[in-house]
Design a protein around this ligand. Sequence first.
Ligand code: CAA
Ligand code: FAD
Length: 380
Amino acid sequence: MNFELTEEQQAVRDAARDFAQSELLPEVIERDTEQRFPKEQVKQMGELGFMAMMVDPKYGGGGMDTISYVVAMEELSKIDASASVSMSVNNSLVCWGLEKYGTEEQKQKYLKPLASGEAIGAFCLSEPEAGSDATSQVTEALDHGDHYILNGTKNWITNGNSASIYLVIAQTDREKGHKGINCLIVEKGMDGFVVGKKEDKLGIRGSDTHMLSFTDVKVPKENRVGEEGFGFKFAMSTLNGGRIGIAAQALGIAAGAYELALKYSKERKTFGKPICEHQAISFKLADMATKIEAARLLVYKAAWLKDQGEDFSEASAMAKLYASEVAMDVTVEAVQVHGGYGYVKEYHVERLMRDAKITQIYEGTSEIQKIVISRSILND
Ligand code: CAA
Ligand code: FAD
């Protein structure tokens, strides 16, 4: 067993850290306040290869392993979780799914621009009445010979407006339940496809989360990913990897808040000494550091299992469940360590605390992760 990152993984970490400091940190507070998508920054991330890190170089990707990906996700999430969720969706939900299950034509047409940073992708499963209970989604893709006719509404879609390529999960044969669901590639600009209202959110306010509506959208059959009826399995299989990305995001949010709290605790003095010399504060820091390290090990383990070609669904659910709880706990404590200063925007930790909450909700809530984990351990 080896706990060290390789030289290549360390180089990825350093590049991601530098990029986050130089390009994401400036104006991160303003983007949060104004709910402004980090358009320029995400474009740069595409050019630098962060948006398709694991994609085969023959399609323009970085050809890297999943450990490199989570290391980069952690570094970017320390500074800007709105930028990193774009990266996570593009890498692990959209590019991974297309590369694993798409046809060669789909890879040439859609994966290449997604890998080069020319296009951004979105993954559209949730609906107003179906989030956790994903099989009960009602968006319909009816079979019309050489094309499907798509009707319905998707909710909460990350990269909702900034994307141009959308993977839409829809029901073709209701009687077949989850085996009657397909995944279709929908392009922005297709007739009947409308990007709807933008959500006004607690956290990740720079991320553009939109409702999408589809009215009689004609989607060619060649845009179906995988066999007829594979859409739900496609979504579940893709989410197994997506959850590793979100777990790494949660880890980064926690680590970012911890680093700020550690630094502040050495600078701020009360009762004649730095606050880190009060045991109540130093014990908080010890708890934070321990939880972060445990979360990091779970995230790396899930990423490693994926790289080994082993089943990683249980490991990714455990990593997301634990890392998201750590993100919440640590960011709340980081605000506490900062006292009143923690409550204002300038010190960043209040934003990290607001951003942390979403990691317990999207890509399967904590309760859903417990369903995945308990089913897995009970079936062993
Ligand atoms: N990996 C692979 N296959 C899986 C799977 C997994 N983790 N979970 C379920 N499946 C398969 C099952 O094997 C089954 O297939 P078979 O019938 O062929 O065996 C099929 O999927 C249906 O499974 P279940 O009977 O277990 O389905 P269920 O209705 O009980 O639901 C669930 C299972 C785990 C709760 C699932 O609905 C779920 O994951 N819900 C959460 C949805 C979610 O995570 N949404 C995220 C949206 S994307 C997003 O949020 C992005 C973002 O924010 C940035
Ligand atoms: P519900 O499913 O209604 O759950 C409500 C509560 O009940 C939760 O606490 C849940 O854990 C609990 N619950 C539900 N069922 C059970 C059960 N069986 N046992 C125990 N507890 C249960 N979706 C996409 O498809 N693509 C995206 O890009 C995307 N991005 C998102 C971005 C943001 C900012 C947000 C807020 C959401 C995003 N989502 C996206 C949707 C997200 O995945 C769902 O919100 C999430 O899966 C929960 O679904 P829901 O909101 O319908 O809650």
